[in-house]
Design a protein around this ligand. Structure first.
Ligand SMILES: Cc1cc2nc3c(=O)[nH]c(=O)nc-3n(C[C@H](O)[C@H](O)[C@H](O)COP(=O)(O)OP(=O)(O)OC[C@H]3O[C@@H](n4cnc5c(N)ncnc54)[C@H](O)[C@@H]3O)c2cc1C
Length: 383
């Protein structure tokens, strides 16, 4: 069924979570977003989603039943913090795009199934990927443009400089802010980055001695501690196991947990799982945790609280040969992998446009010469 009918039918048929009056009130609340589209959605950035729901007279139970889970899944924070723009943008995608709400899993580890194919693609196209190449400093010319990237030498190696026609930072916003050269720090464009900061999140991998669920899908939890999770033994071919579950869970909001020990985090998560799967953890033979792994990310994606949209930079910077990319730069797919990919495409377009413009200026100043097709930048250094 095409969007938005697929979403509308799903919502109308689900009576487990919301009552009819709640659905109707929420539907009425959404009318301005449906009629005015993204322009309205962007304006709502000044409200948290809790504030927006109150403003639209949506009953509080709707927030508790549906939007705590959605908010934590989208940005690892609750509706009392998240910008309305984030939730409304996601809802708009669900309503407008047939596959907007489709979920998919990699069939193996991201290193092999996501990163390696990217490297292969770049290498095949004549590019080069250098790993373990951390940038130490943006080197500048007298005019403030980039003259090179200073790369930190690892394991006793000398630092070295990479030069290029165009330079791109694909670092997250937090390390970028610490690396801005002094002359750039005064510029309004770069000063706005101070309004962006990564949100803490914790990821857990838990291996059990038996199957806890057969659901082959992403699961959204309304638990105050947990966010989305999945049984990878069902959803991911590489971890497939008909007898034992391997859960991957997101713990969010994580600000009160990020400094706690792995043991404390696992104990709290297990207590939540006992509530989610009571029949597996009670009785004479409760499920046993065989192995666990905790991954803490103190600063992950930018925290999309209300008012952040104004701080997100365009991919084009005031420095002619320096560009930004990454999910925090302005693009419409939020803080996500798709957002990161889209930002990369926008940056590539911006570099092509800038190099065409440079070539045209060059041609104009040599008006007697035969015009030729402008050459694209042939060497863009991206960290
Ligand atoms: C727990 C968790 C679960 C998530 N789940 C999902 C999901 O299910 N779906 C989804 O779409 N998104 C998900 N995301 C979000 C997704 O991971 C991000 O939106 C995406 O990775 C952003 O990509 P990016 O390229 O902008 O930044 P990043 O992926 O953060 O890449 C930035 C890179 O810069 C590098 N770097 C930093 N400093 C330097 C330096 N000095 N020199 C050189 N390199 C440097 C880093 O090592 C890193 O590789 C999740 C995020 C987390 C933390």
């Amino acid at each position: 069924i095409p969007a938005p009918l697929n979403g509308v039918v799903a919502i109308l048929r689900n009576n487990d979570m919301l009552t009819w009056p709640e659905k109707i009130r929420f539907g009425i609340g959404l009318i301005p977003a449906m009629l005015q589209g993204q322009e309205y959605v962007e304006k709502m950035d000044r409200y948290t989603f809790s504030e927006w729901l109150k403003k639209q007279n949506v009953p509080p139970r709707v927030e508790k039943e549906v939007f705590i889970a959605m908010s934590k899944a989208l940005n690892f924070i609750g509706p009392e913090e998240i910008s309305s723009t984030v939730i409304l943008t996601a809802l708009n995608r669900f309503l407008q795009e047939k596959n907007g709400s489709k979920m998919a899993f990699l069939d193996g580890s991201p290193t092999e199934r996501l990163c390696q194919p990217l490297v292969d693609y770049i290498t095949k196209g004549g590019g080069e990927v250098q790993l373990n190449t951390p940038i130490k400093e943006f080197l500048l010319n007298d005019d403030g443009q980039v003259s090179g990237f200073l790369i930190r030498g690892l394991n006793g190696a000398e630092d070295r400089v990479i030069t290029a026609d165009a330079y791109v930072s694909a670092m997250p916003v937090d390390p970028l802010k610490t690396m801005l050269p002094k002359p750039w720090q005064q510029m309004e464009y770069f000063q706005k980055l101070n309004g962006l900061e990564g949100v803490p999140v914790i990821n857990l991998h838990l291996w059990f001695d038996r199957k806890l669920t057969d659901i082959d899908h992403l699961l959204f939890s309304r638990s105050p501690l947990l966010s989305v999770y999945a049984d990878m033994s069902n959803t991911c071919r590489e971890y497939a196991n008909p007898d034992r579950s391997m859960l991957e869970l997101v713990l969010a909001p994580a600000k009160d947990w990020i400094n706690k020990s792995d043991q404390e985090i696992i104990a709290a998560t297990m207590a939540e799982l006992e509530k989610l799967f009571p029949h597996h953890f009670k009785g004479n033979s409760p499920a046993k945790l065989l192995k666990s792994h905790v991954v803490k990310t103190p600063r992950s994606v930018y925290k999309a609280t209300s008012g952040r949209q104004d701080c997100r930079p365009s991919q084009v910077t005031p420095i002619a040969n320096f560009f930004l990319t990454g999910d925090y730069t302005m693009q419409r797919y939020l803080a996500s992998m798709e957002g990161a990919v889209l930002s990369g495409k926008l940056t590539a377009q911006a570099i092509t446009k800038a190099s065409s413009a440079n070539a045209s200026t060059h041609l104009e100043s040599h008006a007697n010469l035969q015009p030729t097709t402008p050459k694209p930048a042939k060497n863009a250094a991206t960290v």
